[in-house]
Design a protein around this ligand. Sequence first.
Ligand code: FAD
Length: 323
Amino acid sequence: MSEVLVLVDHADGRVRPPALELLTLARRLGEPSAVVLGASDGVDGIAGQLRRYGAAKVYAADGAAFADHPVVPQVDALTRIAETAGAAAVLVTSSPQGREVAARVALRLGSGLITDAVDVRVGEAGPVAVQSVFAASFEITSRICHGIPVIAVKPNAATAEPVCADAVAGPVERVAVGPPDPATVATVVSRTVRPATDRPELSEAAIVVAGGRGVGGADGFGVIEELADALGAAVGASRAAVDAGWYPHAHQIGQTGRTVSPQLYLASGISGAIQHLAGMRTSKTVVAVNKDPQAPIFDVADFGVVGDLLEVLPRLTEETRRR
Ligand code: FAD
């Protein structure tokens, strides 16, 4: 069976959820192989978990280059592994860095790139990818006709499913990567550590609780955060709330903000403008809380509550905590 490479997102010695989703999807296309790059904190603990999610092989490359230079060392290593393995496809997470790596790898391989895929499957002539466009009004199914297809898949596009109960021990294939070409490489000059939070990363979160202008002010986001914490969710915001200075721009969902595809998206005090829908319409289940029964968000919601969010959300939080 052909190898399908999955570039593994990891941090602090832990595999991030999108990598396990990619391995689950890769199993549909062939035999998954995990590629772990720059895991200075050790690949062995990570490798067992990757095998549990179906990785038949685990490749690893490490060294100072991965810490000092973003992107290019990953591109060098992933391209080399893809060529040597004669891979059937390369899957990466559709994050800003993932897309950059994917684009450069596709160029080096002389193939093509599909970004922001929400599904992959085997078509008649090889792997095909599905993209959701125009605020999820249309789906495009496409395939790369030349070379090794490189596909960047959105986090939460699939549910990660293990193939066995426990981590699986086994060898790791070490790949040597030389220093990157100084003419093409960017160098890390400083790092900013974001304040620690227990909430999940917005684009990877399984549940997002989002607030809009209906929240009424920065203080109103307190009820959003309380519900998010009770559910183990990330917090999102509409542009109206962000423009008003009630919540940071990093949390804006929509055309000019972030795109999320969680299992559950809870929109509170958000009218449902097309530009907002562009960032969340591929969510699996949408719940809307709005005091206006005519609000357009109810057109895309699976469940709706007509009411004042300042009354509804605290009750939801209380009930969630009680269970
Ligand atoms: P509103 O449209 O004002 O809706 C507030 C809602 O809250 C109403 O439906 C109201 O009934 C309800 N409400 C009020 N009080 C309560 C209460 N107590 N309880 C329950 N419900 C209540 N928007 C984005 O979100 N993301 C983007 O990325 C984005 N990009 C844009 C790009 C462009 C080029 C343009 C032109 C616009 C963009 N917008 C974006 C703005 C977008 O058009 C809307 O203006 C914005 O989404 C509205 O935000 P909102 O739903 O929070 O506010």
